[in-house]
Design a protein around this ligand. Structure first.
Ligand SMILES: O=C(O)/C=C/C(=O)CC(=O)C(=O)O
Ligand SMILES: [Mg+2]
Length: 187
């Protein structure tokens, strides 16, 4: 996205009303003319803890999901330019579609997974979690210094290149290789 590499993770929050389960619909938020898909690996927290170091972080992982960080890019750019928070741009209703839960034991290689996103059958994003700027233990440790992590919390880990716009009636499909797949329609 032409931003310089962050030296610490950029953290924002989505409310639980952002969730959409597999085969659900995504709503374009009010005043948004540019809604973008961002496919991301999601880490589901399985144990309540705060202030963990990177070595302890692995123990907090309960499992994974494939997820979308749906972003009202125009509203985010406006907020960035005026120094305002990203809450609406990132946290509007239906901004966090998720696939089915995958237990940690079923995904021992979370740091080298192919993740992908198709829009109307066309591949738009393809990346590998080994290319993430920050490792999963680093993200968990960093976030846990500020927020107590609770069972069921979901951490999205950042998106690979290829983010782009979607419009009404588009179908977004996301997946982890051929291990997990989910599909959503833009209302
Ligand atoms: O810096 C920007 O303009 C946008 C950054 C993001 O939206 C960050 C993400 O959500 C991501 O990289 O996954
Ligand atoms: Mg993102």
């Amino acid at each position: 996205m032409n931003s310089s590499l962050p030296t610490t993770p950029i953290v924002f929050l989505k409310p639980s009303t952002a969730y959409v389960i597999n085969e659900g619909s995504i709503r374009i938020p009010k005043n948004c003319q540019e809604l973008h898909h961002e496919v991301e690996l999601g880490v589901v927290i399985g144990r309540k803890e705060s202030s963990v170091n990177e070595n302890e972080a692995e123990d907090l992982i309960g499992g994974y999901v494939i997820a979308l960080d749906m972003t009202a890019r125009d509203l985010q750019s406006k907020a960035k330019n005026s120094g305002e928070p990203w809450s609406i741009a990132k946290g509007f209703d239906t901004s966090c579609p998720v696939g089915n839960f995958i237990p940690k034991e079923a995904l021992p290689n979370a740091n080298s997974l192919d993740i992908w996103c198709k829009v109307n059958g066309q591949l738009k994003q393809k990346g590998n979690t080994s290319d993430m700027i920050f490792t999963i233990p680093h993200l968990i440790s960093y976030i846990s210094q500020y927020f107590t992590l609770e069972i069921g919390d979901l951490i999205l880990t950042g998106t690979p290149e290829g983010v782009g716009p979607v419009k009404s009636n588009d179908i977004i499909e996301i997946g982890i290789g051929d291990i997990s797949k989910a599909s959503f329609k833009i209302e």
